[in-house]
Design a binder for this molecule. Structure first.
Ligand code: CUA
Length: 157
């Protein structure tokens, strides 16, 4: 088989680019320890009713004055469906799924997590502005995917 000079150059370039990209991903994942949001916390998706904090979904104030919100996603909604949190406080969302992969994306913020059964993902956010925030599922999860939403009301303290 005869390879033209330019084909060889482009093959070399393509192969080198592939190695560089895979190395970047590998170093980031294994050396720098990048994990899903919240680390690698595991949970049994069939036993959420008896696993804290998912046995009591909702907003919980912690001793240091910050808030933790436990959310369970399942086709096609979130539990709880509506919450209230104060403006200006740290709010840590802990989310997991009972069934399939969903997502937890708070519109107009940078909170945007995958929600994977068996895994706990978490993200902390401070809401500066009071108002209503919409949470949507942006991971296609079935026929009711487009109905899947939740609401956060951020109130002045
Ligand atoms: Cu849940 Cu899409």
């Amino acid at each position: 088989m005869h390879l033209h000079k330019y084909e060889k150059i482009w093959l070399t370039f393509g192969f080198a680019a592939l190695i560089i990209f895979l190395s970047v991903v590998g170093v980031s994942a294994f050396h720098q320890g990048h994990t899903p949001a919240g680390g690698l916390q595991k949970v049994d998706p069939d036993n959420l009713e008896s696993t804290p904090p998912f046995d009591n979904p909702g907003v919980h104030e912690k001793k240091d004055g910050s808030y933790e919100v436990a959310v369970v996603a399942e086709a096609f909604g979130y539990t709880p469906g509506k919450i209230q949190v104060p403006a200006g406080e740290k709010v840590t969302f802990k989310v997991t799924s009972k069934d399939v992969t969903h997502s937890f994306s708070i519109v107009d913020t940078n909170v945007n997590m995958m929600v994977v059964p068996g895994q706990v993902n978490e993200k902390t956010h401070v809401f500066r502005d009071p108002g209503k925030y919409l949470i949507v599922c942006n991971e296609y999860c079935g026929s009711g995917h487009h109905f899947m939403s939740m609401e956060i009301e951020v109130v002045d303290q």
